[in-house]
Design a protein around this ligand. Sequence first.
Ligand code: PLP
Length: 374
Amino acid sequence: MPRPIHATVHTASLTHNLQRMRMTAGDAKVWAVVKANAYGHGVERVFDGLRGADGFALLDLNEAQRLRDLGWRGPILLLEGAFEPRDLELCSRLDLWHVVHGDEQIDWLSAHKTQVPHRVFLKVNSGMNRLGFAPHRVRSAWTRLNALPQVDEISLMTHFSEAEQAAGITPQEAVFVSATADLPGERSLSNSAALLSLQAQPNALKNDWVRAGIALYGSSPDHPVHSSADWGLLPSMTLATQLVAVQDLRAGDRVGYGGAFTAPSAMRIGIAACGYADGYPRHAPTGTPVLVQGVRTRLLGRVSMDMVAVDLTPLEAQGLANGSGFGFGSEVTMWGVATNGVALPIDEVAQAAGTVGYELMCAVAPRVPFSLSK
Ligand SMILES: *Cc1c(COP(=O)(O)O)cnc(C)c1O
């Protein structure tokens, strides 16, 4: 028998979350952002749940090819554009729209031989200082692009660095608006955080396209200020395993590498088949939430490569020891939804481990088998 660890992608939850983001998007079209292999879920596995989007946005040409192989004929946007001149050939062949964020990419376009002109998204650096043209250079970049026979429609975009609060959006929005004033073309500004923090005013930003990522996967961009439930989002991934051992500890017994947890009194613990080699964060400390048989409990001691210890005290307190029973083979939910319907948001695990839901979902290791559920 293979190890009991298993990840499940919830198709209906993806569709629900996409619908939620559509409601926050006002009149704008919605890109489903599926970079990093759909935030670790697998492009092929999220496709059915997200095919109601107006387009897919990603970075990897390989993932764009996979979407076309799945039969997607609609828009695909390369969020970082071409990495080398040759990439433009694939853009022509697969009909990919691409971001232009630097002069080199315009040089490559001007030398590119294509029958079909490309749709491009000119990226404005409105203050994040990662990618994009500085505000005073936007007009000249636009003019250069507009003169190229290789270029069809030019759209304008920017990316927010602090969209969790409306106050973080305003200064960057102002820079973008002034840098692009009177330039024609569609606009794309909002990520998940901007969509949710401005959800009461869905047309506050002049978006023709919004770029929804993390919210589609049921994680709250501003956790713990708002939980995913506050935003009406559902977990799109469950990481589950089973207990492979139970230990009865006496007071003073220590658990795991370094003996990082010491039992204050006699207690029963379980050993679950999930470790950092499955992508579970090694830094998750004692107290990190976990579900056993759908009952909320906590991690104990250090996360090992293949295993982790969990406290079974709350299950005994609930009287599960007699009757329904728990022990070897009991269901353990590292994040997501247990069989009894109880949810453990990935954001709570991430917070305990000092990281964000994005990192955990992207980090699930290749050795973890995935399946789909409705
Ligand atoms: C990843 C990404 C997004 C989506 O961001 P979320 O926070 O996941 O919604 C949007 N735009 C760009 C340019 C990105 O790189």
